[in-house]
Design a protein around this ligand. Structure first.
Ligand code: NAD
Length: 476
């Protein structure tokens, strides 16, 4: 019997209410019973459990998979405050309110089973069916910047594709990650899904990540992080989907709606204190409008530093300066911290809790060329849009990750969209619109630019299989 969407929603509603009554969500934070909750002491035991879970999932119906995904979405919605609070407390990165937005975004906008559409060919020689099959057990390596978000997003997509997954979280986010895994496993089991469908290593390390990269039970690697982990995964000899770093430039020309550009850039660049890979990392403004843009950005919540304060700030947050076009080494101590904290360290008083620090700098300034991951946004000036686009290309370093432009000139918008050649290009909006937040389309927190999948979704976590029936089953 095929369940309707409404029936699935009713089942999920009941289960979530029952779990809440039993205090299962609170128990997830403290470790609870452990049995079937997906948290394992080592890679080997996690992979063994995940393998059993995947076999069980494979034997269940597609309706069951839809129920599992529905209960994951609801469980995140019910527990989003805890997930956000734990991530801020443990990683000391980002902002609580923004983490709530990010967790809800992945819970609501990550595609489910509908992403794995079958394809049919019919003709004189009969019928061929193409379907998307699971890989089996996927090994996923996740970042400290979006700990629960990546687990939720990967988890939904990988289960939709029929897989189980073992996460090797960032060591600095192990508690939040284990909580998310326990929470979701409890909900999955409560709707009749397999135990240990989502697993993680209790005390993950770079070594345990590397063990997973070589383990024969891992059929597909999915890594989300900086350049080091991407390189390691690509050299692992396994099929790997790699989501790496970026340095998203935003170009603003003289035809742009300046007030909107300023508002959107401040909102985008300050989201979760700029630790999201797609967040705007540098502004390239046409000189004619640069002053007006800065004034509007200040009205939108940025705090501008000038004169000697720019150098003092740079010395604080840049650990080692390297001549452009190379990236400088950023001091991790300031990654993801509030702008107010950075200003306080510099002894600068500012209106309460500014979202962003703005600096107007020459184009050889190290922060323009480096992925700073903090609410410090450098702006530099160019003579015209074409010069801005060319400079943006250099500052993006060929990561092909994310870039954006504010303009009403369709020729320049089209030129930048083509030449910057990124997984995500946003026109006249904050970069998070490219994640589906206030822009159209689904979301993903694993944006695979090096391996080309772009915003990954369930279909990317599947193998394509074909079955051909010769000469029969065409119905016209
Ligand atoms: P990170 O590279 O320090 O860590 C990411 C994960 O990789 C962690 O689990 C870490 O333990 C593991 N790791 C690191 N080096 C490894 C190695 N040599 N071998 C095996 N495993 C290794 O990154 P982070 O600080 O957690 O996250 C921020 C970085 O990730 C930024 O560069 C950001 O742009 C990028 N990121 C990209 C995306 C995307 O979708 N493209 C999403 C989130 C973050």
């Amino acid at each position: 019997m095929k369940l309707t969407e409404a029936q699935i929603a009713a089942i999920v509603e009941n289960v979530v209410n029952k779990l809440a009554e039993e205090g299962a969500f609170e128990k997830a934070a403290t470790g609870g019973s452990g049995a079937g909750d997906g948290v394992f002491p080592d890679v080997d035991s996690a992979l063994r459990a995940a393998e059993l879970a995947q076999r069980e999932l494979d034997a269940q119906t597609l309706d069951k998979r839809r129920e599992i995904i529905a209960v994951i979405r609801r469980t995140v919605e019910e527990n989003v405050q805890t997930l956000a609070r734990m991530a801020v407390d443990e990683t000391k990165l980002g902002r609580y309110d923004d983490k709530i937005k990010k967790n809800l975004c992945v819970a609501q906008l990550t595609p489910g089973t509908e992403d794995c559409k079958p394809i049919v060919f019919t003709g004189d020689h009969g019928l061929t069916l193409v379907e998307r099959a699971p890989y089996g057990v996927i090994g996923s390596i996740t970042p400290c910047t979006n700990p629960s978000e990546t687990i939720i997003c990967n988890g939904i997509g990988m289960i939709a594709g029929g897989n189980s997954v073992v996460f090797n979280p960032h060591p600095g986010a192990q508690e939040t990650s284990a909580y998310a895994v326990r929470l979701l496993n409890r909900a999955i089991v409560a709707v009749g899904g397999p135990r240990n469908l989502l697993c993680c290593i209790a005390q993950p390390t770079v070594e345990s990540a590397q063990e997973m990269m070589k383990h024969p039970k891992v059929r597909l690697l999915v890594v989300t992080g900086g350049g080091g982990v991407v390189k390691a995964a690509m050299n692992s000899g396994k099929k790997a989907i790699c989501a790496g770093p970026g340095n998203p430039p935003v170009v603003v020309d003289e035809t742009a709606d300046i007030a909107k550009a300023a508002h959107d850039i401040v909102a985008g660049a300050s989201l979760d204190n700029n630790i999201i890979c797609v967040d705007e990392k540098e502004v390239i403004a046409v000189d004619a409008i640069a002053d007006a843009l800065k004034a509007a950005m200040v009205r939108a919540g940025a705090h501008e530093l000038t004169g000697r304060d720019i150098e003092r700030l740079t010395s604080l947050v840049v650990k080692e300066r390297v001549a452009p076009p190379h990236e400088s080494v950023i001091d991790k101590k300031w990654v993801g911290k509030d702008a107010a904290l950075i200003l306080k360290e510099l002894g600068i008083s500012a209106p309460a809790d500014p979202r962003l620090i703005l600096i107007d700098v020459e184009r050889d300034h190290p922060l323009l060329w480096s992925e700073q991951l903090m609410p410090v946004l450098p702006l530099t000036r160019v003579r015209n849009a074409d010069e801005g686009i060319d400079l943006a290309l250099e500052m993006e370093h060929g990561y092909r990750h994310t870039a954006s432009m504010f303009s009403r000139n369709i020729e320049k918008l089209s030129r930048m969209a083509r030449v910057v050649n990124c997984s995500i290009f946003i026109k006249n909006g904050p970069n998070y619109a490219g994640l589906g937040l206030g822009g159209e389309g689904y979301t993903s927190f694993t944006i695979a630019s090096p391996t080309g999948e772009g915003l990954t979704s369930a279909k990317d976590f599947t193998r394509v299989r074909r079955c051909t029936l010769v000469d029969y089953f065409r119905i016209v």
